[in-house]
Design a protein around this ligand. Sequence first.
Ligand SMILES: NC(=O)c1ccc[n+]([C@@H]2O[C@H](COP(=O)([O-])OP(=O)(O)OC[C@H]3O[C@@H](n4cnc5c(N)ncnc54)[C@H](OP(=O)(O)O)[C@@H]3O)[C@@H](O)[C@H]2O)c1
Length: 325
Amino acid sequence: MIAAVCTRYGPPEVIRIAEVADPKPGEADVLIRVHATTVTTADWRIRAMAMPAPIFRLIAPLVLGLRGPRNQVLGTECTGVVERVGARVRAFRPGDRVIAVTDMRMGAHAEFVCVREDAALTTLPANLTFDQAVAIPFGALVALRYLRDLAAVKAGQRVLVIGASGAIGVAAVQFARYLGAHVTGVCSTANVDLVRSLGAATVIDRQIEDFHQGGAAYDVVLDTVGATSFARCKHMLKPRGQFLAVLMGLTEFGQMAWTMFAGGRRVRGALVTASKADVELLMKLAEAGQLRPIIDSSYPLQRIVEAHRRVDSGRKVGSVVVTVA
Ligand SMILES: NC(=O)c1ccc[n+]([C@@H]2O[C@H](COP(=O)([O-])OP(=O)(O)OC[C@H]3O[C@@H](n4cnc5c(N)ncnc54)[C@H](OP(=O)(O)O)[C@@H]3O)[C@@H](O)[C@H]2O)c1
């Protein structure tokens, strides 16, 4: 099969299209013919070995591979059609339209992907195209984990989303709104209308206004892009408010531990992995129109280098989609 292969760390140009061995499904596996996938900030971080904190720069080569990624086909999510199933698979049949999140097993930048039946795999709602559906999980799984599980956001709470136009941001604004929160989004001028249309009651244009101003207004501050810190946002949090750090280093790990015992304002964060139940929930929300996919741009697999360049810009709006079939 054809795949986008990354044999060494570096700029987008290290990715090349090559012939690789077809995956071989086992008895409990589902083989998917990929129609669409994404290039995400996870693909960028791995391809460029661009880790957010010194501690990860030390550990990442040991985990991911010394000179280049051990999993040479990147890509953490895909949509497509079931091509074949293993003998023990019951929930899927050839021809089913599906979505799968492969997380750190990756492999989605390819014509075929093999996933276990019980993995983060589910059928696609009829009203979503392959491109629309695949634009959802990467950002929305982080939004779910942070806003539902870590912060337990409740109706009426005030939530500030920093980086509200990125992949995580567009999902976080919508999900916080879905939970009944009053949402304030932070983005640049060009994206103000989009963020408002996603459900933000207030939008702060970061090119005009410093979002750090103001008193203890928020129950939750979600920094999706590492644009600020707990120290700079503490005064904006209510006495039991929570600072959610999507990017974490030693400072944040220390603050998480300290604020857990100290009481009062807390710092929280997590490494997000996908579950079948969460991908199913996201598809239900999208089917009902409560979670809108936002596609920054779309490229055929043959032009995946351009997709990586767009992600590297740090200015994408929502998700960058790659069409395969
Ligand atoms: N904890 C985890 O498990 C986990 C999981 C997934 C991703 N991540 C991390 O989450 C981060 C965000 O991912 P993403 O895919 O949502 O990013 P993204 O889509 O690339 O975010 C891009 C947006 O961020 C905004 N932005 C850029 N610089 C900014 C700044 N200095 N201040 C405020 N906003 C800024 C820009 O919007 P405007 O121009 O409109 O401001 C841009 O549109 C990544 O670094 C990724 O590594 C963590």
